[in-house]
Structure formats: structure tokens, C-alpha cells
Design a protein around this ligand. Structure first.
Ligand code: SF4
Ligand code: SF4
Length: 60
């Protein structure tokens, strides 16, 4: 599956909203911030839509 997923770590509030809404279980909240599991991502864009900080950009 093709696409790109990007996070702006300075904007991220570490609220965990993106982790909760990801239908593919492709995001984890770690001590370093959000960890993206590329192999699981379907590039649906839901995480970007739900992020209160506008910190995620998804393209497909
Ligand atoms: S929803 Fe946005 S602000 Fe919240 S943890 Fe995810 S990337 Fe960070
Ligand atoms: S684009 Fe969709 S599948 Fe990929 S991390 Fe965001 S919510 Fe999960």
C-alpha cells in the first residue's frame, strides 16, 4: 500500500488521540512520542483528521 505519513514532533501534544482512532493499530505512544508502524498503516488519514494539533500529515 502506498502513501506517506509524517508527524511534526514539535506540534505533537502526546495526547494519544491518534493512537486511539487508528483502525489499523499502527500507532503507539512511547516515551519518544508517537511511533508509526509503517507495515500496518493503510494511509486512511483518520489520525491526521483527529489530531487536535494538526501534527500529522497523510498522503495516499
Ligand atoms: S493526536 Fe496529534 S497531538 Fe495527539 S498524540 Fe497524536 S500526533 Fe500528537
Ligand atoms: S493513516 Fe490511518 S492507518 Fe495510518 S496511522 Fe493514521 S489512522 Fe492509522
Amino acid at each position: 500500500m502506498g502513501g506517506s505519513w509524517k508527524i511534526d514532533r514539535e506540534r505533537c501534544l502526546r495526547c494519544g488521540a491518534c493512537v486511539s482512532v487508528c483502525p489499523a493499530d499502527a500507532l503507539e505512544l512511547t516515551e519518544q512520542g508517537i511511533f508509526w508502524i509503517k507495515e500496518r498503516c493503510t494511509f486512511c488519514g483518520i489520525c491526521a483528521k483527529m489530531c487536535p494539533a494538526g501534527a500529522i500529515e497523510v498522503k495516499r
